[in-house]
Design a protein around this ligand. Structure first.
Ligand SMILES: C[S@@+](CC[C@H](N)C(=O)[O-])C[C@H]1O[C@@H](n2cnc3c(N)ncnc32)[C@H](O)[C@@H]1O
Length: 264
């Protein structure tokens, strides 16, 4: 890897979140969790030097790799040479048109940490993916798979639960990357419910509910402008205590709360 970068006169750029994977065990865990086959279409955001891309290409029918850093394109042309099922795109994972992917695609990526969460949420909202396997900071990974009542549970956990189920596959030490990041990372696998569309009203309610974590759900909703009488009635109908905090509610309870607040 060092030789490759030197030959192209390059250094990893922190601004692009470039921490290249050098641990083969981690690479194998990511690919195994994705459960790819010859029918699979895979989107990879941020192929970097192409290490993961090559593994994906060996298992999937088609791989579309979107890299933002223009300097890496000649490197990728070299490392991916001869792989006929890889389409390399110079583009931004935050704006790439996901509608070109067939429904039921997979996203597999060692995400750039600075934009990992918005890239992931966008993928969930697109409705194009049946499975997502991503490597990101442990702290974010814990929020994705957190269950109600646990410290990491928050608005992101509820949004993810709306779309499907997330589980942590394994932790990854900083030494698995070059250069090493400052924090521990985690491989997360998300299995998504087919046909689940984004629900903007639900997501808005969830954002309001978690706006001030130390305040009760009721206080948060009042501060967001929901009428007091309606909030009190909704909590009562759902059998929730007036003092309950948002972190106690499952996605199903948030859906029911939204209906009560809208219908009341
Ligand atoms: C953590 S590195 C992973 C590289 C490689 N996949 C690996 O595992 O070694 C993140 C990669 O995403 C690229 N990147 C950063 N921001 C991006 C964006 N908005 N869209 C697409 N790629 C991006 C970086 O240039 C870098 O190649």
């Amino acid at each position: 890897m060092r030789e490759l970068l030197e030959r192209h006169g390059l250094r990893a750029d922190k601004g692009f979140g470039q921490n290249f994977l050098v641990d083969e065990g981690v690479l194998r865990s990511i690919v195994a969790a994705a459960e790819l086959g010859p029918q699979s279409t895979v989107l990879e955001v941020g192929p970097g030097l192409g290490v993961l891309t090559r593994e994906l290409a060996a298992r999937a029918g088609r791989v579309i790799s979107v890299e933002l850093d223009r300097r890496l394109l000649p490197v990728l042309q070299e490392t991916l040479a001869g792989l006929g099922n890889v389409t390399l795109v110079h583009g931004d994972g935050l704006t790439f048109d996901l509608s070109c992917l067939p429904e039921g695609s997979a996203m597999v990526a060692n995400l750039p940490y600075n934009v990992g969460t918005p890239i992931l949420v966008r993928a969930l909202e697109s409705g194009r993916f049946a499975r997502v396997v991503v490597l990101l900071q442990r702290e974010v990974a814990e929020r994705l798979s957190a269950t109600p009542g646990t410290p990491a549970y928050g608005a992101l956990s509820v949004v993810v639960a709306h779309f499907g189920r997330a589980r942590s596959v394994r932790l990854v030490k900083p030494s698995a990357f070059s250069p090493p990041p400052e924090v521990t990372s985690s491989v997360v696998r998300l299995d998504l419910t087919p046909g689940r569309a984004p629900d903007p009203a639900l997501f808005r309610l969830v954002r309001h509910a978690f706006a001030h974590r130390r305040k009760t759900l009721k206080k948060n909703l009042l501060m967001a402008g929901y009428p007091a009488e309606r909030v009190a009635r909704a909590l009562q109908t759902l059998g929730l205590e007036a003092q309950v905090r948002a972190e106690r509610l499952s996605v199903e309870q948030f859906r029911a709360l939204r209906q009560e607040l809208e219908g009341g």
